[in-house]
Design a protein around this ligand. Structure first.
Ligand SMILES: [Zn+2]
Ligand SMILES: [Zn+2]
Ligand SMILES: [Zn+2]
Length: 234
């Protein structure tokens, strides 16, 4: 398709898309546009990096929540002075500051990765799924994602409701919600795991699902429907 002709068609399709009031129909229309135009290899790489940053951020933010609680706990034990407690407090506070920087760096890397794909149908779909109704904090509470959390031993299988609340006190994550990761403090307390959990650096080649699944890869289809397209019961 010649570039100018393609740009003209994309413009018309955007015009139509913006006038579809039904959310599911609008998402299906975005998916149809994505299937029609696809992405370049560089754009696929950008999408993979963005989603990979999101996965790492889920871990980093939950780690931050644990560090905040642990700092408060150790601070409360400072009197009378105990050198071991004082040392643990300073180490934890140091890790908390470091982890906060990691959160900021991951967010910045994610924003940078999204710039080249911001106008693409698949990214518009992702934004509408995860951010358009961000103030309701419920986009991730779909039956399939909740079941996945339950089956992994996460908080959705208990009455604590951690997945419905902010995971740390950092203002930038006040509106962020997510299911449990290995860094969830509540799951850690239940399983006796309170040791250091490193935040995994984003690696687009190690995503646990495919961004371009074939028909037989049901897990990846469900993940893409849940995280990007926001359709069905996923
Ligand atoms: Zn949990
Ligand atoms: Zn919990
Ligand atoms: Zn959950």
């Amino acid at each position: 398709m010649r570039l100018r002709k393609k740009q003209h068609i994309v413009k018309i399709l955007r015009f139509v898309e913006d006038r579809i009031s039904d959310k599911t129909k609008a998402q299906r229309f975005r998916r149809w546009q994505h299937e029609l135009f696809g992405l370049t290899p560089d754009e696929w790489a950008s999408l993979a990096l963005s989603i990979s940053c999101h996965e790492s951020l889920d871990i980093a933010v939950q780690r931050q929540g644990w560090l905040e609680k642990e700092c408060a706990r150790l601070k409360g034990l400072q009197e009378p002075y105990d050198p071991e407690i004082a040392s643990a407090y300073h180490m934890t506070r140091y890790e908390k500051t470091n982890n906060e920087t990691i959160c900021e760096q991951l967010l910045s890397l994610k924003s940078h990765a999204e710039k080249p794909i911001a106008s693409k149908a698949i990214f518009r779909a992702l934004w509408h799924t995860q951010c358009a109704d961000a103030q309701t904090f419920t986009w991730h509470l779909t039956p399939w994602l909740v079941e996945r959390c339950v089956l992994s031993g996460g908080c959705c299988g208990r009455s604590c409701e951690c997945c419905t609340r902010a995971r740390c006190d950092l203002p930038a994550w006040a509106n962020a919600r997510g299911h449990c990761t290995p860094a969830c403090p509540c799951c850690g307390e239940r399983n006796g795991l309170q040791g250091p959990i490193s935040v995994i650096a984003p690696d687009p080649n190690q995503l646990p699902f495919s961004l371009r699944p074939d028909r037989s890869d049901r897990f990846s289809w469900n993940m893409m429907d849940a995280l990007v397209w926001g359709i069905g019961d996923c």
